[in-house]
Write a protein that binds this ligand. Structure first.
Ligand code: ADP
Length: 395
């Protein structure tokens, strides 16, 4: 008999779920998904079938006064879940959790103690962790009879060497958990497992570039993370949709001490008004930016590719060279212009793009003579959560 696995991915304004069936207890088949976006004020329910076709897309009534919007959004999601699990009982729920801190190197079955430990990491990811934990509590309250598995964005990076985990600060800071963690680990885990199938072998020294609204790089040595561009928080490294990525830390001090900005105003600037959106003055949506010929937009896109390439070259130090680059997430999978810009900056390392393959979207993007393999691979974080959840639930 089929079993169902639900995956849950919660952000500040959305709850996205995906449902998988496991027929023989191993292989997972995506059956569909339901999401509520536009939280808290304008909730919108979207349901997709196995082919990704939208079957429902409707506005929900705003939550009643005093009712938590996230909890209210669970009502229609539970109705959907009851329907789609009628023939295949729910075996477990997998939750994406942004921060596992220094404690969690792999997914974990959630109990009250685990939730308390995860709450201690809220200050390390104040924008995401509280929503993740609130959702776990809400789902546990409604579906108490199946295991809930927390899958972390940080866990995949847990095996990095010390040099890639530390900041140049006195050791007491490291002891206080002020470390380079790294994120997008579920995406990199998926890419590391999928690349051998796509490329026919596992390139030893690979940099994976997760370029979506959030963006980061991961150095994969034999498929394992040895370094990544994000740090203590998901603000470090590459410029992103609206996040600045790495800056001169003295700039932050200057804004506070010389320009009198409050720490909250600086945080708002760094998280919401930087990156592609802030720099272009137009949008964080790559499709909008590509359609513009405004010189500042063109400069922004050139700058973005330059910073991605610079980050890849830096990670080649961690790898002792570079055999392959994998582009993934919304921009990496879909934007030939960014890939071409990055490849141009890496030409000195022997990266040679095949323009026609790049325009067609790959997965193989490089010319036969290229010394660096270039690939575009769609990531599947929900699929990765489902795999981990099935494995953990069986333990
Ligand atoms: P998130 O980090 O929110 O999961 P995604 O991985 O979905 O983000 O990536 C969002 C980014 O991908 C946006 O900048 C969006 O414009 C871009 N994107 C999506 N589709 C395309 C496309 N066909 N061409 C270029 N960029 C795209």
């Amino acid at each position: 008999m089929s079993q169902s696995i639900l995956t849950v991915n919660v952000g500040s304004s959305s709850i996205k779920t995906a449902l998988f069936h496991s027929d023989d207890g191993n292989a997972l088949r995506r059956i569909g998904g339901a999401s509520v976006t536009g939280l808290p004020d304008r909730p919108q329910l979207t349901v997709k079938d196995a082919a990704g076709t939208v079957t429902t897309d409707r506005a929900l009534a705003p939550p009643a006064a005093g009712r938590d919007a996230q909890d209210a959004a669970l009502d229609p999601l539970m109705d959907w879940l009851d329907r789609v699990t009628a023939d295949a009982p729910l075996a477990a729920i997998g939750h994406r959790v942004v921060h596992g801190g220094p404690d969690f190197a792999e997914p974990v079955r959630v109990d009250d103690q685990v939730l308390d430990r995860l709450a201690a990491f809220v200050p390390l990811a104040p924008l995401h962790q509280p929503h993740n934990l609130a959702a776990i509590r809400a789902f546990r309250a409604r579906v108490a009879d199946v295991p809930h598995i927390a899958c972390f964005d940080t866990a995949f990076h847990q095996g990095k060497p010390w040099r890639a985990k530390t900041f140049p600060l006195p050791p007491a800071y490291f002891a206080r958990n002020i470390r380079r963690y790294g994120f997008h680990g579920l995406s990199y885990d998926y890419i590391a497992r999928t690349l051998p199938e796509v490329a026919g072998h596992l390139p030893r020294r690979t940099v994976a570039a997760h370029l979506g609204n959030g963006a980061s790089l991961c150095a994969l040595l034999d498929g394992r993370s040895v370094a990544t561009s994000m740090g203590l928080t998901a603000l470090d490294g590459l410029p992103m949709g609206t996040r600045t990525g790495a800056l001169d830390p003295g700039l932050v001090l200057y804004l506070i001490q010389e320009e009198g900005m409050s720490p909250d105003a600086v945080a708002d600037l760094l998280y919401h008004h930087g990156g592609l959106k802030g720099m272009s003055g137009l949008s964080n949506d790559m499709t909008v930016l590509r359609a513009s010929d405004d010189p500042q937009v063109v400069r922004t896109l050139d700058y973005y590719a330059y910073r991605v390439a610079q980050g890849i070259a830096a990670l080649a130090v961690d790898l002792g060279g570079l055999d392959a680059v994998v582009f993934t997430a919304g921009i990496g999978q879909n934007d030939p212009g960014v890939r071409a810009g990055v490849a141009r900056h890496l030409a000195w390392m022997g990266a040679e793009l095949d323009d026609a393959a790049n325009a067609a979207g790959g997965p193989c993007l490089h010319s036969p003579d290229s010394r660096v393999g270039l690939w575009a691979i769609a990531t599947d974080e929900a699929g990765m959560i489902a795999r981990h959840t099935l494995a953990q639930a069986r333990r």
